[in-house]
Design a protein around this ligand. Sequence first.
Ligand SMILES: Cc1cc2nc3c(=O)[nH]c(=O)nc-3n(C[C@H](O)[C@H](O)[C@H](O)COP(=O)(O)OP(=O)(O)OC[C@H]3O[C@@H](n4cnc5c(N)ncnc54)[C@H](O)[C@@H]3O)c2cc1C
Length: 280
Amino acid sequence: MATAVTTDVMAPLQYLVREVSKETPDTYTLRLAPDTGGNGARFQPGQFSMLWVFGVGELPISISGNPAEHHQLVYTVRSVGQATNALITQAVGNGIGVRGPFGKGWPMEAARGHDVIVVAGGIGLAPLRPVIYEVLHNRKDYGRLVILYGARSPHDMLYRKELAAWAGHRETQVLATVDYGGMSWRGHVGVVTTLFKYARLKPSNSVAMVCGPEIMMRFATRELDSRGLGRKDIYLSMERNMKCAVGFCGHCQYGPHFICKDGPVFTYEEMRPLLEKYEL
Ligand SMILES: Cc1cc2nc3c(=O)[nH]c(=O)nc-3n(C[C@H](O)[C@H](O)[C@H](O)COP(=O)(O)OP(=O)(O)OC[C@H]3O[C@@H](n4cnc5c(N)ncnc54)[C@H](O)[C@@H]3O)c2cc1C
């Protein structure tokens, strides 16, 4: 029999689509607000929601907005299939079912007093954007902020205006690279790990947060490890198909962990033995 708590976490609340804005040809950012208005939207950087598109299905999406804004939830969605395509084609005013927020987010408390290194690949910048907002909002609580971002091409880069604006903040270094630059691109070309040689890092006093395709996280975490960051100071966000989001169904089991409730953010120390097993 379902407990009261179970009933709550499994029951979506209706939110209304307030804005849908294009980031790249296949990626859009949605702003949702509670149906009832008011402040119903608190979350920790790195947490995710289960978004239910009525008549299509439910899927996990990270919250990519500003944790200080409690009147809305913001998501950045890349269209890869039926549910994500249904999300990005929503009209303003439509209702979406929202469950959550779920999961263990980025270590904002542990990072206080330390430099923060953000390493993102592609859509992986979305779950890390709340970290950047949080650090810039509480600037004196953190050391330097270093953002390393890699995208397939200049057209695939998320939040281009914000990346430029973040670079203008004090004690903040932003480096971006693309796999294919084209004629008009004047920036770096190469995978995200090629940016490490330009980054001003202090490994002994840094916390790193990494999100992107698994192959990118494998190489980025190895690089941070080889540069002397502690394995407990390197965090990464894992992605697995999931259904319940609260550890009941077992869909997202990864070795001994459930990505939904033990993660999605884990330390490199926890993930390293599994990350190196390619077929898991
Ligand atoms: C914790 C978490 C946070 C996420 N945050 C975001 C986010 O912020 N933005 C975003 O765009 N996407 C995010 N995703 C991925 C998103 O949930 C999937 O892309 C989505 O479920 C695909 O559904 P679909 O019906 O559109 O595609 P489907 O038709 O189900 O799948 C299309 C393709 O994507 C693959 N796929 C499906 N689900 C996943 C998954 N969970 N992980 C990896 N590959 C998958 C399938 O194998 C297939 O190749 C997140 C996933 C998790 C687990």
